[in-house]
Design a binder for this molecule. Sequence first.
Ligand code: GLU
Length: 352
Amino acid sequence: MALRGAAILLGVAAPVVAQPTTQQAARPRVHVFATGGTISNLGNDQRRTGSELVDGIAGLRDMATITVEQFRNVPSGSITHDDWRRLAGRIRQLQQGPDAPAGYIITHGTDTMEETAYFLSLTVGGCEPVIVTGAMRQANWAGADGPSNLRNSVRVAIAPASRGRGAMVLMNDEIFAARDVTKSNTTRLSAFTAPDAGVLGLADPDTVVFHRPAPAACQPPRFDLSTIGPFPRVDVVYAHIGADSVSVDAFVNAGAKGVVVAGVGRGGTTPSMGRALRRATERGVTVVVSNRTGSGRVGMWSEPESLDSLPAGRGAMVGATDLNPQKARILLMLALAAHVEARALPELFNAR
Ligand code: GLU
């Protein structure tokens, strides 16, 4: 696993960045990557740009020097693995450049923002917070929440208390750690929750507060993308009464190197699916067992020592701890791409 070292930008095209005016130069700088989502959506295939979102909020440019990069402008289901690599690489590039921003904001569709936030939490590192935000209500709807979420994100991005906390999601005045957060409702303003760990902090009217201390030191990225090759195929299968071997076998035959199970309860499956998963490990596929309940842990299953004695070519089977299936998939994908040894997987999945 690559833990340290300079990250090199991976083939990123020259970005178009709106430059600050001279009056703005003394303020902390926040760099906004606009990617689309409901926060930008006006209906009828019309979308606001990131600059329009920023300029639409009175006083925002008095709070910070804000530079905006139109990264994409799409629903979040259209965000790709390549976007993730480019985004992480671009942040790493800005971190190491002159006039490095105090913090970063990603405006993003809410459906998959927990995935993007978690990916960035594993691949960016550094002291400067990365705030992923969006909106539950379209930009032109009454009571649209995008402007307050974006304004609060700027406040959190420049707050000294945010430093060293990595990637976070800000929605509905609440700040969540990327590992903990999930979208748990389709429409409510309060759609985002952290079922096990709870809210990390609040963007209250008077101040930004955190309920847990920041790490003692800023952390390097857990995975250095500059040293990691292409991501392998990793799929999620869903357990339910009557689930058979078809989905597992199909993914393995399609070339999956990892399979995550959204298991029942503490990670159970049906006998048929269970047999298919064991067959998959015999073909070298790593299986990570998560769960479909929405909260709680799936324990480690295997002691690291027992993973040492895996027969050659056999994939490990480990528990996802408290990672939901979509996040366990990201961690497994990065671990496989970085050639993390099987015996190191339990510690990796446990690490917070
Ligand atoms: N909630 C959708 C998303 O996550 C909204 C799509 C859109 O309006 O762009 O992207």
